[in-house]
Ligand binder design. Structure first.
Ligand code: UT7
Length: 342
């Protein structure tokens, strides 16, 4: 016998109703980091465009930063926390295998009845989570979804690693997705290439750390805390080639011309990648290009909502304008979509 299940009634569309950000208070400049990696302020600015980044204090935990950003996004959206149906938290720096961070975040913001899940897609995590939220709202499974990118990259980066120590920063950005009469979040273009997974990866798996403590396991030396490693030049080449492709496909999928955009908000990995992608996409001069990386560093899953919040709060773009988002990073993974700004 075939059962027939009741499904929720779909709605016309979903859109971003509000955005919020949390930036840790401590500003770290290049001069502070350079000695440990035999580098200089001049080299870091020239190769990455980064002048400063923020590092979280012990009490600026991942959940606290995510909560601060989420509460601002909810206030901006005019949605009370108790009306939230789901909380989706994108992160690569939550250092507990279990429990995930999202249930604590939901509790912390007062979203008592919400489903809560973490999403792991590294620097592409926010755009993946946004696509999931869009699907939930449009299909009628939930009315209001909080989507957060939150990172404490300073916990997983080795301050003596020349290839990553100067790149990453901490922070959190959040949006609230809710129902709309027409689509406000375009079709997602996403994908992954696991054959290149070693390009951005931890120096060793956690199991190495565990085994090194056992006398029966003859490991050569005590394993160090596994930190992030990256083949920077290879990832750079991949990003410069891939981001414009994803951008063009996301524009085509949404039926939007580049000239109709108000903003281009790619993941903030390196200002040279941002500039190269903007040029390759042939964006007209009126399109605001996010360059939050210059004083936030690469905040991984938090970078797109942080940059979105900044463009709106500084008045560089108007609510209701169209923005092209593109996330990319470890996996290798990517996701992009066109959205109507809140
Ligand atoms: O968020 C996830 C996605 N991540 C990204 O998209 C990051 C992509 N990669 C990058 O942004 C860049 O590769 C970096 C900013 C990480 C590095 O810039 P680069 O222009 O690719 O530098 P490089 O690694 O090719 O090194 C160039 C030179 C080398 O010296 P020689 O061989 O030319 O003499 C390095 O030894 O710079 C040297 N170098 C440094 N010098 C000072 C490498 N790291 C440093 C350093 N300070 N920290």
């Amino acid at each position: 016998m075939t059962g027939v299940l009741r499904a929720p009634a779909p709605v016309g569309g979903a859109r971003i109703l509000g955005v919020g950000a949390y930036r840790p208070s401590r500003v770290v400049d290049n001069h502070e980091l350079a000695p440990a990696i035999d580098s200089s302020d001049e080299w870091i600015r020239r190769r990455s465009g980064i002048a400063t980044r923020r590092f979280a204090a012990p009490d600026e935990t991942l959940v606290e930063m995510a909560a601060a950003a989420s509460l601002k996004a909810l206030a901006h959206a005019g949605v009370p926390p108790e009306s939230v149906d789901a909380v989706i938290l994108a992160t690569m720096s939550h250092l507990e295998q279990s429990p995930p961070a999202a249930p604590r975040l939901a509790h912390r913001i007062g979203a008592a009845g919400a489903g809560a899940v973490d999403v792991g897609a590294a620097c592409a995590g926010f755009c993946h989570a946004l696509a999931l939220a869009d699907g939930l709202v449009r299909s009628g499974h939930g009315r209001h979804v909080v989507v957060v990118g939150a990172e404490r990259m300073s916990d997983i980066v080795d301050p003596t690693d020349r290839g990553t120590a100067f790149l990453f920063g901490d922070g959190a950005g959040a949006v609230v997705v809710g129902p709309a009469d027409t689509p406000g979040i375009g079709p997602v273009v996403w994908g992954a290439d696991g054959s290149a997974s070693a390009a951005i990866a931890h120096s060793s798996p956690w199991t190495v750390l565990r085994r090194s403590g056992r006398p029966s396991d003859a490991l050569p030396a005590p394993a160090a805390w596994p930190t992030l490693r990256m083949d920077g030049p290879a990832v750079f080449r991949w990003a410069v080639a891939t981001v414009p492709q994803i951008g063009r496909r996301a524009l085509a999928a949404a039926g939007v011309d580049a000239a109709e955009l108000s903003a281009f908000i790619p993941h903030q990995a390196n200002v040279r990648i941002v500039e190269a992608a903007a040029k390759s996409l042939g964006l007209p001069a009126h399109v605001a290009v996010a360059r939050d990386v210059t004083d936030a560093g690469n905040t991984s899953a938090a970078s797109v909502p942080l940059a979105m919040d900044r463009l709106l709060s500084e008045g560089a773009v108007e609510p209701g304008g169209l923005a092209l988002l593109v996330g990319f990073g470890a996996g290798l993974s990517y996701a992009g979509q066109v959205v109507v700004l809140p």
